[in-house]
Design a protein around this ligand. Structure first.
Ligand code: NAP
Ligand code: MG
Length: 486
């Protein structure tokens, strides 16, 4: 067997275990999914969507302009008035359950496409993204005929047509988070996936078509920022649900000010891990690695700041470096891969800029000596030691596999430091003491606080942020509210 570069470093390496792609069908060209049919965009414009791990062209995808958006919104409005609003909850549930089952049946195909288009390791799309997406449809299907029990004495009514805009980091999962609760509460939908990762949403459109869901109940239109803006500003939209950057979230909030459209925003984050001296250290190291390095740090709730109690700092950092040196960066379709491709060239440039900023600010950078592929967009897992509160790498969202490390002595100090960020989405507390966990969960300004674990999701559990991380909750009973007039 040939010796690879990885062998030279580790003395051993896993043999490649690539996931097959021959069972997957990707069209050369995708049209817009409007009123139950795939239709050509009015201006006939298409953009390329590529694989960030190989830089190869995967497909051409339609670009919806204002007129196409108008068509989609009108289709959703008509489906709302004519069918969906009137259909009993238990009938709606049958369609939503069917979509959930069809995602499950085609889970392998979805996982491979998610990994090809977005660059995330197949292990993540196979074990997390796709099963969770199906679970969201299952969970909300269950609510469709029980809304009166969810909100007793409050006569829950659908809002109307929802305009939904999602980012590139969890393409199918975010589509499920948006579509499933909207349908279960009796709304119809126009969804716009991110320009760079539209393929699984378009596969979902195929499933929706096959499921027999009445035409126009779900419309999926592709395009860039302008398409999203046209959707948000359309007069027949009653509710906007947006997940993405804080910057665009603010633009949308301004655009909707004074209108009577309902709005929920799921924006950026700067999650903090807090590790106390009595924490299970190996478990914490695994949680930290999972929280920032898996999925390339492309997670809004990524644990991108680490606060470790001074007495165990050296030990924890040694273990963390050790673990980092065993992480495999490379082909996301390989089942051994821990860290796949950065989602785009622009995102990689942004991360690299932050690496220079961190060094200039005086933090000490550490990267393991792993080898990264020459083609495609890749970044080594990176630690910044001796970071300080005022550093940009501590305050700003990098959205890459970069962890800023600080130490603390007392609980008061770490609460203040962890809360001193513009975001408030997530935190992880690592300690043996239950009382300390409860103390911190009530004092940390974060929408989700995990205890002795990280990045765990369940459709029954609400998710959302404070401060510049947005407002409104997705998941659970709370996730029904943004789609209802109560
Ligand atoms: P983004 O640039 O804000 O894009 C999000 C979506 O909005 C995309 O579909 C985008 O289209 C569209 N868009 C862009 N400009 C718009 C406008 N003026 N009006 C309406 N829509 C517009 O964010 P991103 O770079 O794709 O994603 C990364 C960000 O999302 C990070 O900040 C991350 O923290 C955040 N995020 C948050 C959560 C959460 O639940 N809190 C989850 C995932 C991601 P294009 O594709 O053309 O850009
Ligand atoms: Mg963008």
């Amino acid at each position: 067997m040939q010796t690879t570069q990885a062998d030279k470093i580790f003395d051993w390496a896993y043999a490649p275990a690539p996931e097959a792609t021959d069972h997957v069908h990707i069209n050369k060209k995708y049209d817009l999914f409007i009123d139950g049919k795939f239709v050509k965009p009015g201006k006939g414009k298409y953009t390329n969507t590529i694989s960030p791990s190989t830089e190869q062209l995967l497909a051409q995808v339609a670009e919806a302009d204002e007129k196409d958006v108008d068509k989609a919104v009108k289709a959703a409005k008509s489906a709302y008035d004519k069918t969906w609003k009137k259909m009993p909850g238990k009938e709606k549930a049958k369609y939503i359950f069917r979509i959930a089952r069809m995602i499950q049946e085609r889970a392998r195909e979805f996982s491979v496409i998610e990994t090809m288009n977005g660059g995330k390791p197949i292990r993540e799309s196979r074990d997390i993204d796709i099963p969770l997406a199906a679970n969201h449809f299952f969970y909300y299907a269950g609510w469709a005929d029980k809304l009166d029990y969810a909100f007793p004495n409050r006569k829950p009514q659908p809002v109307g047509v929802a305009g939904q805009i999602i980012p590139w980091n969890f393409p199918l999962l975010m589509a499920a988070w948006k579509i499933a609760p909207a349908l279960a509460t009796g709304n119809t939908v126009v969804l716009k996936p991110a320009e760079t990762t539209p393929l699984t949403a378009l596969k979902l459109a195929e499933i929706i078509q096959e499921s027999g869901l009445p035409d126009g109940v779900v419309n999926i239109i592709t395009g860039a920022g302008q398409t999203g803006a046209a959707l948000v500003n359309h007069s027949l939209i009653n509710k906007v649900a947006f997940t993405g950057s804080t910057e665009v979230g603010k633009v949308i909030q301004k655009a909707l000010a004074g209108s009577n459209k309902k709005l929920s925003l799921e924006l950026g984050g700067k999650g903090a891990h807090i590790v106390f001296e009595d924490a299970p250290i190996d478990q914490a190291v695994e949680g930290i690695v999972n929280g920032i390095f898996f999925n390339q740090g492309h997670v809004c709730c990524a644990g991108s700041r680490l606060f470790v109690q001074e007495s165990i700092a050296d030990k924890l950092i040694d273990k963390l470096k050790d673990r980092m040196s065993s992480l495999i960066v490379g082909d996301p379709l390989d089942k051994n891969t821990d860290i796949g491709a950065i989602h785009s060239k622009e995102q990689l440039d942004k991360i690299n800029q932050y690496l220079s900023v961190g060094k200039k600010e005086g933090a000490e950078m550490y990267q393991p000596s792993c080898i990264i592929p020459k083609k495609g967009f890749y970044c080594k897992p990176t630690l910044f030691l001796n970071a300080s509160q005022s550093h940009r790498i501590v305050q700003e969202e990098i959205f890459g596999p970069v962890l800023a490390v600080q130490t603390f002595r007392t609980i008061e100090e770490v609460i203040e430091k962890a809360n001193n960020a513009p975001y408030g989405l997530s935190a992880g507390v690592w300690t043996d003491k239950g009382s300390r966990i409860f103390n911190l969960t009530s004092q940390l300004k974060a929408g989700v606080v995990w205890a002795n674990t990280y990045n765990k999701f369940d459709p029954a559990s609400p998710f959302g942020g404070y401060k510049e991380s947005g407002f409104g909750r997705e998941g659970g009973l709370h996730g029904l509210m943004p789609y209802l007039n109560l």
